[in-house]
Ligand binder design. Structure first.
Ligand SMILES: [Zn+2]
Length: 614
């Protein structure tokens, strides 16, 4: 219900019809007022037409009416106080449970330290999901499950790696293996060579690298073919990272955040914790795409008998970000690593001097055939009178393989499990069913959540029965920063419900909620719901060091989680969840005539290498 909130000494009064009606159900039961059918049934009040009554009865009736009116007014005046007390009490309980008895860091610890990394299709991911269901069972959830969907690629597990510089000096190299690439054939030792695919700088500001034409690429590869056989091949220029650049702010100032979530769209500023700003390059006439170049270079190295391919990380301070071989087929590529900027730069400078560099690699990985089927992890707390209506919340449990995937996104799953656990622990009996969902396949293109939405809900254009009963899906997937606001796919009234729900938690940093209407698939799983015309609710967060440090890198570990922030997020989300599962009306959704159109062409699902997702 939209609420009456008492916080920091201020009473904010937002009565809703449902609140009022519920209260009357409660207080008028003694005199026979039936709030549900809006009729008085008390026998003394059955004469409504005073003209038909004898004078004494009219007077008595009028006295009675005055009594009822007085009682009515008294209740209306008492109502805010009772509702304030109830809402404030629930909110206080949510806050206390979330801050004092939190399980969030323990859940995070198990997902990361025991089961990380959790690449889609890997046994680690399945084991983490199994543990998550068992944990929710221990918390008293009514139903847990691993729901399968077809990934259609075998799982891939990296077992161990070594990489050394043998000469001109001995050193250990820092790198990560690209996922779904093969092992070396035992220990391989060979000279390094460096190739740089020709690119052209655009005339735009800022200039961007543009891909070669087919003729340029073929000519270049022919010119280096004899050099790469039996060699370890560095591919691409080392990046130069400007150390004088200002680091991006870790927290959004309160006043900026308030503007982003201003209830008045005219006063709202765009923005939000930004994703990396990538200007799409203007293609040259006849230029190949990056994916086409990549595919041809992979085939060239395989056909030419190169031993190992080395890419550069494009990050500073030893960070490495490694995705996957875009084909998911280990027979299409040679063993491939992503090396830290500093080692790659050193080797390329030595080679440019004319100094031979000898390297040694031992890369070991294996495929997991049963990984072709992956699983979404589900946990439910069943509702009561509206059990068939569902409110969902979740994040993705799968991670990339270079670290234990703490900020992306074990903490998202831990936060949503915690928000549901908080309501269970304080004894809430939800009217609607609460369903936690931790997806897999997010990093490969929102695959798990899309499969789930298709299977359970269908779309606005082709709905399944559950589509109409859906009451929102909260998603969190931007690292460790505390929740700062919510964005719901739906009409402005949907944002109002959420704004009112989180308003008492503004001291924890959450500013409110706004609505949106885009149905394109985006950077995270809430957009799988939006695409189907369902109310996905994206939770925005303080950026901290997500995009510039931990996002998909070898630095994404338990240590990067800020406990106070993630507890605050769980509390804010639990409060919003409580309102959605308890209110009389469903979360407002687009009416049939207002439903935005899906994007004109089906949104392609880019390969992760082309368009990485958070
Ligand atoms: Zn993510």
């Amino acid at each position: 219900m939209a609420g009456l909130f008492y916080w920091n000494g201020e009473i904010v009064f937002h009565p809703s019809p449902s609140t009022v009606r519920h209260f009357f159900d409660l207080v008028f039961v003694g005199v026979g007022y039936n709030g549900r059918d809006q009729s008085f049934t008390y026998s003394k009040l059955k004469y409504r037409n005073h003209a038909s009554l004898p004078p004494k009865r009219v007077i008595r009736s009028m006295k009675l009416s005055r009594t009822v009116v007085a009682l009515f007014l008294l209740q209306v005046l008492l109502l805010p106080m009772v509702a304030v007390a109830q809402t404030a009490d629930i909110n206080a309980q949510i806050r206390k449970e979330g801050m004092e008895n939190s399980k969030i860091m323990h859940t995070l610890h198990v997902f990361t330290d025991l089961y990380g990394p959790r690449l889609t299709g890997s046994p680690n991911h399945v084991n983490a999901a199994k543990w998550g269901t068992e944990e929710m069972k221990r918390w008293g959830f009514d139903h847990v499950a691993l729901e399968p969907w077809e990934f259609n690629h075998p799982g891939w597990v990296n077992d161990r790696n070594t990489g050394l510089m043998i000469s001109p000096v001995a050193d250990t190299l820092t790198f990560e293996v690209l996922a779904w690439t093969p092992s070396t054939k035992g220990v391989v030792t060979a000279d390094a060579v460096h190739i740089v695919i020709p690119t052209t700088l655009s005339s735009t500001t800022p200039p961007v690298q543009q891909q070669p034409t087919q003729e340029e690429l073929t000519a270049y590869l022919n010119s280096v073919k004899s050099q790469v056989q039996g060699k370890i091949v560095l591919v691409g220029k080392p990046s130069s990272i400007d150390q004088s650049r200002e680091p991006s702010p870790k927290r959004i100032p309160d006043e900026d955040n308030a503007k982003r979530y201003d209830p008045d769209p005219a006063k709202r500023t765009a923005g939000g914790p930004g994703r990396p700003n990538q200007t799409p390059p203007t293609p040259r006439p006849n230029a190949l795409t990056g994916a086409q170049v990549g595919e041809q270079v992979d085939k060239f190295l395989l056909d030419s008998g190169a031993l190992v391919r080395i890419n550069e990380s494009q990050l500073d301070r030893g960070a490495v970000r490694a995705f996957n071989n875009r084909t998911f087929d280990i027979t299409k590529v040679i063993p491939t690593v992503v090396m830290r900027n500093e080692d790659f730069g050193r080797i390329s400078r030595l080679l440019a001097d004319g100094t031979p560099v000898r390297l040694e690699f031992d890369l070991r990985s294996h495929l997991v055939p049963e990984g072709t089927t992956s699983y979404n992890m589900i946990g439910e707390i069943w509702g009561s009178d509206k059990k068939d209506e569902v409110v969902m919340l979740g994040g993705h449990l799968d991670s990339w393989h270079s670290a234990t995937g703490a900020t992306d996104n074990a903490i998202g799953c831990a936060t949503m499990m915690e928000a549901a656990r908080i309501l269970k622990a304080i004894g809430v009996k939800p009217r609607r069913t609460i369903r936690v969902a931790c997806w897999s396949g997010e990093e490969q293109g929102l695959l798990g959540s899309q499969a789930y939405v298709a299977q359970h809900f269908g779309t606005f254009e082709s709905p399944k029965p559950e589509w109409a009963k859906f009451n929102g899906y909260f998603n969190i997937d931007s690292g460790t920063g505390r929740a700062r606001g919510m964005n719901v796919f739906g009409p402005p009234e949907a944002a109002t419900v959420l704004r009112d729900a989180v308003q008492p938690f503004s001291d924890l940093g959450i500013a409110g909620a706004i609505n949106s209407s885009g149905r394109g698939l985006g950077g995270t799983d809430s957009t799988s719901f939006n695409a189907a015309g369902l109310p996905g609710i994206g939770v925005s967060q303080d950026p901290i060091e997500y995009f510039n440090v931990t996002w998909h890198t070898n630095l994404d570990t338990y240590e990067r989680i800020i406990e106070g922030d993630v507890k605050a997020s769980a509390v804010s989300i639990a409060a919003a969840l409580y309102q959605l599962v308890m209110r009389d009306e469903m979360l407002p959704r687009f009416k049939t005539e207002d439903m935005p159109k899906p994007p004109p062409t089906p949104t392609p699902t880019p390969t992760p290498a082309a368009s990485p997702r958070p």
